[in-house]
Design a protein around this ligand. Structure first.
Ligand code: SF4
Length: 409
């Protein structure tokens, strides 16, 4: 290890993030990357590709998956999709899709690619939405058949209950459903994704009840000091649950990121954020929505690079986390929502604002915002002071909701 390179444990000893707890990070190793596969390949232009993206074992599944996953919330070129093929040649052979992605078109436009490279050479995860907690065993069971039909495959590698926030989805009937779908060979593994603030509760419950093979959850450099989340991650690792990080970029407005003027000898800011997640060896992989060849190449380069983040890189990420925490809603609405004596849906409105500001998806952001009822969008006459005090991220809820109203209503 070079002198200015640090493992995550070393970094945390020096971390400026308040509350960072070494004991809560017992599962973190010294930041050593896994051994890269030594295979090489050539792209269609004859460019020699370096060894493929490294792989890690997904929990207790016994299967090794790439540390970088292809998030497929988009429409692909059915004839020959350059990004999918380039990613595949680089070892990004894990497709993460969902019934709702790209307005329902993701599956259908992925199907030709699956045929082109061969089903047996891919790992395919899909998800079915809980439809605001109205999903049932029947809808999940029906939806996996729709996934299989749209993708034109006989089985999934992993089936997720999508966007889970209600712990009821970890009760016996849903765990038994997962077992049943596996026995029916409709999926090899079963789990859930969670975006909301009760991720700790859900992860701890999953570790207790068993039957969950993998969880996809929001995880980024901004959460290093979160003791409860770290304990939940440790509990899942002990229970052999595979952990996949999403939202690794922490989604803050670009102009806020510019404040720190990130400079690194080796990495772009986006690469550094991914490297920070991979430095936590409890995390098996990170999913990235890659909608351009440039982004794919950038992410792949970071995944394949044996160079670790240096102290300066980590220090800047810490500063970025501290400087932007007030702009990034983590969806933990169990903190703020009970303090609001109105029906205003804070975390949803702020998530739609994130789509507008960070993901460059203004149409989607407006559509979702406008789909809320007037009461759910209400800010006039609502007192947000107690909610702001309760927010662990220090989000200026009133100001951000007002901006959401201005931009999205
Ligand atoms: S506003 Fe704060 S407390 Fe509410 S969901 Fe967002 S981060 Fe959590």
């Amino acid at each position: 290890m070079e002198q200015n390179e640090v493992g995550r444990r070393d970094f945390l000893k020096k971390s400026l993030v308040a509350g960072a707890s070494l004991s809560a990070l017992g599962g973190v190793a010294s930041g050593q990357d896994p051994v890269s596969e030594k295979k090489t390949d050539q792209d269609p232009d004859g460019v020699k590709l370096l060894p493929k993206v490294p792989r890690r074992e997904l929990g207790g599944t016994g299967k090794k998956i790439p540390i970088l996953l292809f998030g497929c919330s988009q429409v692909f070129d059915p004839k020959y999709d350059k990004m999918l093929h380039r990613g595949f040649k680089e070892g990004v052979d894990y497709l993460d899709t969902a019934l709702v992605y790209a307005g329902g078109e993701s599956h259908k436009t992925l199907a030709p690619f699956v045929k082109q490279v061969g089903r047996e050479n891919l790992w395919i995860t899909s998800k079915s939405p809980p439809r605001n907690n109205r999903a049932t065993v029947e809808t999940f069971t029906r939806d996996i058949d729709i996934c299989l039909e749209q993708l034109d495959v006989k089985h999934l590698d992993l089936y997720f209950m999508h966007y889970v926030s209600d712990p009821k989805y970890l009760e016996k009937e849903y765990i038994e459903m997962g077992d049943r779908l596996k026995k029916q060979n409709k999926t090899n593994f079963f789990g859930f994704s969670c975006h909301d603030g009760n991720v700790v509760e859900l992860m701890n419950k999953a570790a207790r009840v068993g039957g969950i093979d993998a969880i996809m959850f929001r995880y980024s450099f901004g959460q290093y000091g979160d003791k409860e989340l770290n304990k939940a991650i440790d509990n899942c690792k002990k229970a052999n649950i595979g952990l996949i990080a999403m939202k690794t970029q922490k989604s803050v407005p670009p102009e806020q990121e510019e404040v720190i003027k990130f400079k690194s000898k080796n990495f772009t800011l986006g690469q550094a954020k991914l490297k920070a997640v991979w430095a936590d060896e409890r995390i098996d992989s990170a999913v990235s929505h890659m909608d351009s060849l440039e982004l794919l190449k950038e992410n792949v380069a970071a995944a394949k690079s044996p160079i670790k983040l240096g102290m300066s890189d980590f220090h800047q990420l810490n500063r970025l986390a501290a400087c932007t925490s007030g702009f990034s809603c983590m969806g933990c609405n169990h903190h703020c929502q009970p303090k609001i004596l109105a029906d205003t849906r804070v975390s949803d409105a702020l998530r739609y604002l994130m789509y507008y500001e960070c993901y460059d998806e203004p149409d989607k952001a407006k559509e979702l915002y406008r789909s809320m009822s007037p009461a759910e969008r209400q800010i006039d006459g609502v007192d947000f002071v107690d909610a702001m005090h309760a927010c662990p991220e220090g989000v200026d809820i009133a100001t951000r909701l007002k901006l959401a109203q201005q931009l999205l209503a």
